[in-house]
Each structure stands twice: as structure tokens, then as C-alpha cells.
Design a protein around this ligand. Structure first.
Ligand SMILES: [Zn+2]
Length: 288
């Protein structure tokens, strides 16, 4: 059964409408069903899911061109659904954006109201429709990595190897694969992404021209099996497995407390640095 991922009540009018239309069902479940229906209608029953085919079966014309946004979907004046995807993004990213845009169609009135959805470059910046965007990301992950094609074959228990295998088989980014494995994990675990950065509280000092050192900080973490979260911008200790991974290219392993999740006790962690321009440390964690 899907674990509820939120305890807060939903507040956006469009999400409330979605819940009402589905007689009070949880939005995560509605979205997961919608993604499953899209996939079945396109006859996609193995990885990687051909998301462009899913779009075309839904009557959506997808266009790829350089843009300063990740993606958008809208109905043109003739009622034709059009999706624009940023051709500057890597293919796995475009596939995720395409899936995300298709999930916008699950919300009531999309076609009639000729609403227009523009998705900015960075996930999480669509603050005004945060709930709708969260659900579209969840639906995109579900569409590209369906529970029944993933949950018995890939697991966070395999560590980063499982993340790499799923990313390769599903043709998604490592980060999307890691998040999905965390969301399906039945034990207590986490998938974490770190980057070298300042924290927001550094900004005044930076504006004054002071030299504030950057640190390896949490960009985000998906925690499974326990009601907590890993706070963004929390820094990793210098001697931690995360920091060792940052300094080299090897896969590092060890017992570690999660930044901000110290009260949960130690986790078995695997961490490795990936990428050159946008170097990040990815880590899997299972409660020891
Ligand atoms: Zn969106």
C-alpha cells in the first residue's frame, strides 16, 4: 500500500477539487492511478516507459526546442494539447519533465479552462502551486518507474548500485531513481543529495563582501519509514562518509548519523560523488 507522504491537509483549490471529484480519495493514490492508466493506454508494460508515446496516445503534441524553462503544457486555441520541452536539458531530464506535464492533465478542468502550466528550470520553484507540482512530480516518478515494475526488482537495500541500475533501466536520472527507491522502501532508510554551497543565512555576510566558506550541504533528502525529514542546507561533518565521497570519486561506505536526523541513530551509508560541472554527492542510507 502507498504510504501517506504528507500529514498536512491539502489547501490548493485545484487539489481540493481533485479530491472531491474522486470522492475523498488521497491525492497521491488518485495520481498514481492516473499514471497507471496513462501507461496502460499506451501499452507500456516494461522499462523504459516510452513517455513520448504516452503523450501522443493522450493527443498531446510534444515539441523540443531550447527554452529558458524545463517544460510547459497548454491547450492551443483549437484545443490541441501542446507540450514544450527544453531541448537543452539532458534526455533523462526531458523524459521526467514530459511525464510531469502529462500528470497536469489529471487535474480537473485542464482542457476546458485552457489553463497554462509553465515549469521553471529548478524543481521546487513553482511555489504558487506547490501541492499540484509536488503531485505532478510524484505522478511522473510513478509513470516512469511504476510500482509493479520496480518494487520487487530494485531496492534501496542494494545501495547505490540499485539506484544506478534503476536509473539505467528506466532511463531516468540517478536522483529520480534514488527518490523513487526511497518512496517505495519498506524499511527505515533515506536517499540524500549533497552539494557544495552556502546556506541562506550566509547571504548577509556575502553581501558585505565577507569571505564565507562553502560547505557540503544537504540539497534534499527523501526519508522512508519514519516521520521525519532531513533539513535542507544542513552541513555534512568533515570526517563523514559524505565528505569523504566529496573529496574523491570512490564509493565510500560506513556507519553514519544523518545530518539533522541524529536522533534516529546510525545508518549504513553508501556515498559517491557524481557529475563534473554540477558535482553532487548521492547517498543511500539504511538504518543500522
Ligand atoms: Zn508542473
Amino acid at each position: 500500500m502507498p504510504r501517506p507522504t504528507r500529514s498536512r491537509p491539502w489547501s490548493e483549490p485545484l487539489v481540493i477539487k481533485l479530491i472531491e471529484r474522486h470522492r475523498g480519495r488521497a491525492p497521491e493514490e488518485i495520481i498514481e492511478r492516473h499514471a497507471g492508466a496513462l501507461r496502460r493506454q499506451a501499452g507500456q508494460d516494461r522499462l523504459p516507459v516510452d513517455v513520448e508515446l504516452v503523450a501522443s496516445v493522450q493527443g498531446v503534441e510534444s515539441r523540443h526546442a531550447p527554452h529558458d524553462f524545463a517544460g510547459r503544457i497548454y491547450a492551443d486555441l483549437d484545443g490541441q494539447l501542446v507540450m514544450d520541452l527544453n531541448d537543452d536539458d539532458r534526455s533523462a531530464r526531458q523524459r521526467f519533465t514530459c511525464a510531469h506535464e502529462l500528470i497536469h492533465l489529471a487535474f480537473p478542468g485542464f482542457r476546458k479552462e485552457t489553463r497554462y502550466r509553465l515549469d521553471t528550470k529548478q524543481p521546487g520553484q513553482n511555489a504558487r502551486n506547490a501541492e499540484e507540482e509536488y503531485l505532478c512530480d510524484l505522478g511522473a516518478a510513478t509513470l516512469l518507474m511504476p510500482r509493479d515494475l520496480v518494487e520487487d526488482l530494485y531496492s534501496l537495500d542494494e545501495g547505490l548500485q540499485g539506484v544506478e541500475r534503476l536509473a539505467s533501466d528506466a532511463d531516468v536520472s540517478l536522483q529520480a531513481a534514488g527518490n523513487r527507491l526511497a518512496s517505495l522502501y519498506t524499511g527505515i532508510g533515506a536517499f540524500l543529495v549533497f552539494e557544495w554551497s552556502h546556506k541562506p543565512a550566509d547571504r548577509p555576510a556575502l553581501r558585505r563582501g565577507e569571505d564565507v566558506p562553502q560547505r557540503l550541504r544537504v540539497r534534499y533528502g527523501s526519508v522512508a519509514g519514519v516521520d521525519t525529514y532531513v533539513p535542507r542546507f544542513k552541513s555534512a561533518a568533515d570526517e563523514s562518509v559524505f565528505s569523504c565521497a566529496w573529496r574523491g570519486w570512490r564509493r565510500e561506505r560506513g556507519r553514519e548519523l544523518l545530518p539533522g536526523g541524529e536522533r534516529l541513530g546510525p545508518f549504513e551509508v553508501e556515498a559517491q560523488a557524481y557529475g563534473t560541472e554540477n558535482r553532487v554527492v548521492l547517498a543511500t542510507a539504511r538504518r543500522a
